[in-house]
Design a protein around this ligand. Structure first.
Ligand code: ADP
Ligand code: TRP
Length: 337
C-alpha cells in the first residue's frame, strides 16, 4: 500500500492559506484514497519549537487535529494521526541523516534564508529543519506529500538524501517520494497551491502579514472574513482572467473559489473568465468563504479533546512500530547495530 503523508507545525492560529494550501487538500485526498493507501497526518511539534512558544503549544496541537476533523477528515484503520515527538525514532534518524546531508544543501534552502537570515543568532533547528522533515517522510515510506508550494524544495531535498543513502549502501532502504511535479498533479494543481495576501497579492498569505485585511484567519468571524474578500486588491485590466503572474489578485480569488467549493479551477474559469464585473466575482467568493467558515466553526465546536487524544494514541502505536523498524534498518546500514 502506498503512503500519503503530511505534517503541519503547530500554530496559534491558522490562516486560510494554511487551510486551503495544506489542511483541506490533505483531508480531501485522505477521504479519496484511504481505502487502499496509508494516510499519515501528524503534528510537527518538534518543528514547532524552532520558534519560542508562549505556553499554548499543547492546546494548539489539539486544535490542529480538531481542524482536520472539522474539515471533514474521515478516519478509518488506514488513517494514522500522531504527534511527531511521540515517535522518538524521528530524532534518532534525524541525527543519522545529518551525517549524510551537506551544509551546502541546507544553506540553499529558501526557508532557512528567509527565517534564519544568515544570522549567527539563528538556532540550529531552523537550519536543520529540512532534515527533520526528510526523516518524517522517509521513516514511513511516504510517496505522496501534500504540502503548499513553499515546501516543495524540502521534498526535492528529501529525494536527494534518500537516493544518496540507497546508493551508498547499495539497497533500497528508503522509498523515494514522488517528484514535486507529480506531487502537484496528485493535489490536482499544475504547480502547487499558493494562496495570496489579499492586500499585496504578489506575496503569499502569511500570518506574519501586518495588515489585518491581508489575511483571513480560520478563527475569523465569517462575516468579517467576507468583508476582507470584498476589499481584496485586484487590478485595473477590467476583465477577469486567470494569470497568477500579471493578475495575482483576481487569480487568487478564482483559486479560492475553486478550492472552497471543491471544484476544478477550469470550471470556475469557464464561469468567470471574460466577465468584466469584478464586484460580482468578489461577492460570490465572499459568500463561499463566509459559508465555509460558518460550517467549519460549527463542526469544530462539536469535537471533544477526548476524541482527539484517542485518535493520537492509537496512531502513535502504529507509527512507533513502523518507524522503529525503519530506523533499525538504517542503524544496521550505519553499523550502529
Ligand atoms: P506559515 O507559512 O503560515 O508559517 P507553515 O509554514 O506552518 O505556515 O505551513 C503550514 C502548511 O501550510 C504548509 O504545507 C505550507 O506549505 C502551507 N501554506 C502556508 N501558507 C500558504 C499559502 N499562502 N498558500 C498555500 N499554502 C500555504
Ligand atoms: N515543514 C512543513 C511546514 O513547514 C511541516 C512538515 C514537517 C511536513 N514535516 C513534514 C510536511 C513532513 C510534510 C511532510 O509546513
Amino acid at each position: 500500500m502506498k503512503t500519503i503523508l503530511t505534517g503541519i507545525r503547530v500554530n496559534s492560529e491558522l490562516t486560510m492559506g494554511n487551510f486551503l494550501g495544506a489542511l483541506l487538500p490533505m483531508t480531501r485526498l485522505a477521504n479519496k484514497y484511504s481505502d487502499d493507501h496509508h494516510v499519515n497526518i501528524f503534528v510537527a511539534d518538534l518543528h514547532t519549537i524552532i520558534a519560542e512558544q508562549d505556553g499554548t503549544l499543547q492546546d494548539n496541537l489539539v486544535m490542529l487535529i480538531k481542524m482536520y476533523l472539522a474539515a471533514g477528515l474521515k478516519v478509518n484503520e488506514n488513517v494514522h494521526i500522531y504527534r511527531q515527538s511521540y515517535v522518538p525514532a524521528t530524532s534518532e534518524m534525524t541525527w543519522i541523516l545529518n551525517c549524510v546531508a551537506t551544509m551546502g544543501e541546507l544553506g540553499r534552502m529558501i526557508q532557512y534564508k528567509e527565517k534564519g537570515r544568515g544570522e549567527d543568532s539563528c538556532n540550529v533547528g531552523i537550519f536543520d529543519y529540512p532534515i527533520l522533515m526528510a526523516t518524517d517522510i522517509l521513516l514511513f515510506d511516504g510517496n505522496y506529500i501534500p504540502v503548499g508550494q513553499d515546501q516543495f524544495q524540502h521534498i526535492e531535498l528529501t529525494r536527494d538524501i534518500a537516493q544518496r543513502v540507497n546508493h551508498r549502501f547499495g539497497k533500497d532502504i528508503f522509498t523515494i517520494p514522488e517528484k514535486t511535479s507529480v506531487q502537484a498533479k496528485f493535489m490536482g494543481t499544475d504547480d502547487g497551491i499558493r494562496i495570496r495576501d489579499l492586500v499585496n497579492p504578489e506575496k503569499k498569505m502569511s500570518k506574519s502579514a501586518k495588515a489585518a485585511n491581508s489575511k483571513i484567519m480560520m478563527t475569523d468571524d465569517p462575516k468579517a472574513a467576507a468583508k476582507k474578500i470584498m476589499s481584496a486588491t485586484t487590478d485595473s485590466f477590467g476583465e477577469i482572467k486567470y494569470d497568477m503572474k500579471e493578475r495575482p489578485g483576481i487569480s487568487n480569488l478564482l483559486q479560492i473559489e475553486a478550492l472552497v467549493n471543491d471544484k476544478p479551477l477550469e470550471e470556475v474559469l469557464n464561469e468567470w473568465e471574460g466577465k468584466t464585473n469584478y464586484g460580482d466575482l468578489k461577492k460570490q467568493v465572499a459568500d463561499s468563504v463566509e459559508k465555509m467558515l460558518a460550517e467549519f466553526h460549527e463542526k469544530l465546536n462539536k469535537i471533544s479533546n477526548g476524541d482527539v487524544f484517542e485518535l493520537m494514541e492509537k496512531g502513535e502505536k502504529y507509527a512507533n512500530k513502523k518507524a522503529n523498524a525503519k530506523l533499525y534498518e538504517l542503524q544496521r546500514a550505519f553499523q550502529l547495530r
